[in-house]
Write a protein that binds this ligand. Structure first.
Ligand SMILES: [Zn+2]
Length: 332
């Protein structure tokens, strides 16, 4: 049969619709002003989670497996107590509060039911990437402790903990040396990484009161990054790393959750950014900002070997939790 171009295009359009429907596996979506949403009542009935309203601006969905707490007109959602940034705020659609379908698929689902979505990703080799190095000191604390050395030490501690559990671990740099950003992703690719975790420590300069841990995963195509929401033009093209959007969130969420458990630090959330090492990652990837070098309390944590060890335990536990999710998904 000869297909003319129009017929072919409508066949492709139909296939796209069917793909979307199967990916949603039954959640009801609504369209408003050309955008697709999942209302919170529909989300609650899809998950079988009763809804309560613990505060005027909070909507809580909870069953015995998960607790998801949304804040109205906000991009903050707490999934089992860990803060995660939505790409778009919770909005009123008709009479109901709703999230965009992209946030449902790429944020809520991988964080709450990772074992359903990680069938096709690998679980063998972990590549850890200590940020900066050599001339590039990274952030410095008021007492002149350099990020490059803090993160090198943490990466080694994470490696030891993972290797003790029989996990294959490689580092992008083994010592204090310069390493440009594309070599980091290239190394991950050469080493056939299944997981890539870049380790950094933050600085807020003179804003000494800002502290805590945050974990970044790649921004969704056509969506704002968390820290530049609403500003500038929206980059719509997908990057290499966007092939792993769902696994990126599953990984980032596990790391942030376990890092906070191990350290008790302030939770700055799982956020999205277009950092180069995330854009070019050849596998699921996350970038952890373990603390703020510019904050006295956080500086005390990273300058103490016991503090760095707690951070390393948190990151290692997060990676192990993610690898366990992957193993469960693959065994299904
Ligand atoms: Zn850094």
């Amino acid at each position: 049969m000869r297909l003319n171009k129009n017929v072919l295009l409508s066949v492709i359009a139909l296939m796209t619709i069917f793909t979307d429907a199967s990916a949603l596996a039954g959640v009801r979506t609504v369209t408003s002003r050309g955008k697709s949403y999942v209302t919170l009542p529909n989300l609650a009935s899809y998950y079988g989670m009763p809804v309560t309203q613990p505060a005027r601006n909070r909507i809580r969905l909870q069953n015995k497996y998960n607790k998801i707490e949304f804040e109205t007109e906000s991009r903050s959602v707490w999934i089992n107590g860990t803060l995660v940034a939505l790409s778009e705020p919770v909005r009123k659609v008709g009479w109901s509060w709703a999230i965009e379908t992209a946030d449902f698929n790429k944020t809520i689902e991988p964080a709450t039911r990772p074992q359903e979505f990680l069938k096709t990703v690998g679980n063998r080799t972990v590549v850890l990437d200590p940020g900066h190095g050599g001339d590039d000191k990274g952030a410095s604390s008021p007492r002149n402790i350099h990020e490059k050395l803090v993160v090198m030490d943490i990466a080694n501690r994470v490696r030891n903990r993972l290797e003790a559990r029989g996990i294959n671990v490689e580092l992008t740099r083994e010592r204090d040396r310069n390493l440009d950003l594309d070599s980091r992703s290239r190394t991950a690719s050469v080493l056939k990484a299944d997981v890539f975790v870049s380790i950094h420590a933050n600085s807020a300069g003179k804003k000494r009161d800002i502290r805590g841990a945050e974990t970044f995963v790649l921004s969704l195509p056509g969506r704002y990054s968390s820290n530049s929401y609403g500003g500038g033009a929206l980059p719509s093209s997908a990057n290499t790393g966007n092939r792993y959007d769902v696994a990126n969130m599953a990984l980032g969420y596990r790391i942030q959750q376990n890092l906070l458990r191990a350290t008790g630090q302030e939770d700055r959330g799982v956020k999205r950014a277009r950092f180069e090492v995330l854009r070019d990652a050849p596998c699921p990837a996350a970038l952890v900002e373990v603390a703020f070098m510019s904050n006295p309390k956080d500086e005390a944590i990273v300058s103490d070997p016991a503090g760095r060890d707690r951070i390393a335990r948190g990151i290692a536990d997060g990676i192990v939790a993610y690898l366990t999710d992957v193993s469960r998904a693959r065994a299904k």
